[in-house]
Write a protein that binds this ligand. Sequence first.
Ligand SMILES: [Zn+2]
Length: 125
Amino acid sequence: MDAALRQFVRRRADNHCEYCSLPQEREPLIFHIEHILPRQHGGTDTPANLALACHHCNLRKGTNLAGLDPETRVLTRMFHPRLDDWDEHFTDDDGEITGRTAIGRATTHLLRMNEGGRLELRAGR
Ligand SMILES: [Zn+2]
């Protein structure tokens, strides 16, 4: 993956984590260029398979493709930043991310978006 492609992904995401919406400026660790479909599952370096992710989201996502909806315990695919609309699946209330849909709930839960100080970091506190 070359520097131009990395820069393209960062710009397309407006320097926000495409999962939890954290802006890069609030996080000292440089965000990762993440494979939406992990390489382990055949994912490639094409722009359509890449997303910008904070280290917290990327490390928890790992090679997961799905998670359990904490409300129904039904296996549900992860949020896909290229195919899904963030506002359809999540709300951000002063930094607290809540899933609006099964996909949003499963992704919020799997990535533990509101744990470990992430909520405060997003809210700028
Ligand atoms: Zn994130």
